[in-house]
Design a protein around this ligand. Structure first.
Ligand SMILES: Nc1ncnc2c1ncn2[C@@H]1O[C@H](COP(=O)(O)OP(=O)(O)OP(=O)(O)O)[C@@H](O)[C@H]1O
Length: 256
């Protein structure tokens, strides 16, 4: 659980994104702390992906601010934001299927560390460091023994683990995970939840996920969005009994 005296790794204030007349994300405040999995839930179209895309720098905010470890990164483009310590995974699988598991990880480590994408193969010292980072990330993600396998031959669950490992290879402090459990079976889900639990150490984790049972098990804090607006933020126990959430989102569902 969070030490309330510690500053958040990432702070979002009044974050808003408009698409023409539609306000997809409306005046959102969120604090992400190291040691916490902070889940963002909401029905389809609630604004979760738009929020995560603004936090990673892939789309610009219409207004509001994002700070990373006290520095304003609101206007910082995605590649710089990644270098500054914001890692993300995507809803869709983004691995290079014909490369080995290790090569996939090494590429993200190397691209992250190099000044220019055209110099990623140049510097030998650089390469050695990237290899170390890739191996450490694979091992942390539970894929150490699969390093030499062709990524495309992995199971769906292992591919999702690899995406998390690729993210870890960039040595982020904030991890933005977009539906890491999508399409997983029960066993794969358990493995990923164990990994997420472990990743809290050293990272602030933001999790966008539709699997409510998993969210209520793993999250330390949950933010609920409806039509772009935050209607509640609290612990799973607080969210479970929040009358606004029950009416607006959870409906009849029980999360005992
Ligand atoms: N590039 C865009 N242009 C116009 N409207 C957009 C764009 N991206 C998202 N929207 C709209 O913004 C709203 C929020 O979409 P968003 O994808 O962020 O929701 P979400 O909570 O991630 O949904 P889901 O759970 O289905 O992924 C939706 O009404 C969507 O149609």
């Amino acid at each position: 659980m969070v030490d309330a005296t510690r500053a958040p790794k990432m702070s979002v204030r009044g974050l808003t994104r408009r698409f023409g007349g539609l306000v997809a994300v409306n005046n959102v405040d969120i604090d992400l702390h190291e040691g916490e999995v902070h889940a963002v839930i909401g029905t389809n179209g609630a604004g979760k992906s738009t929020l995560i895309n603004m936090l990673s720098g892939e789309i610009a905010a219409s207004s509001g601010s994002i700070t990373l470890e006290g520095h304003d990164v609101t206007a910082m483009p995605q590649p710089q934001r990644a270098k500054a310590g914001v890692g993300r995974s995507y809803q869709r699988t983004t691995i290079f299927g014909e490369f080995t598991v290790l090569e996939n990880c090494r590429l993200t480590a190397q691209a992250q560390a190099s000044a220019s994408p055209w110099r990623i193969w140049e510097n030998a010292q650089h390469c050695a460091r990237s290899l170390q980072r890739a191996q450490a990330a694979l091992s942390r993600a539970g894929l150490g023994t699969h390093a030499q396998r062709i990524a495309g031959s992995l199971s769906h669950g292992a591919k999702r683990q690899l995406e998390v490992a690729m993210c870890l290879a960039t040595e982020p402090r904030v991890l933005l995970l977009d539906e890491p459990l999508a399409g997983m079976g029960a066993e794969e889900t358990e493995r990923m939840l164990d990994l997420l639990q472990e990743l809290k150490t050293g990272h602030a984790v933001l999790l966008v996920e539709h699997d409510m049972d998993a969210v209520f098990r793993i999250a330390d804090r949950i933010t609920v969005m409806v039509n772009g607006t935050v209607v509640a933020t609290g612990t799973p126990d607080q969210i479970r009994v929040d009358p606004v959430v029950r009416t607006a989102y959870l409906g009849e569902e029980e999360h005992a």
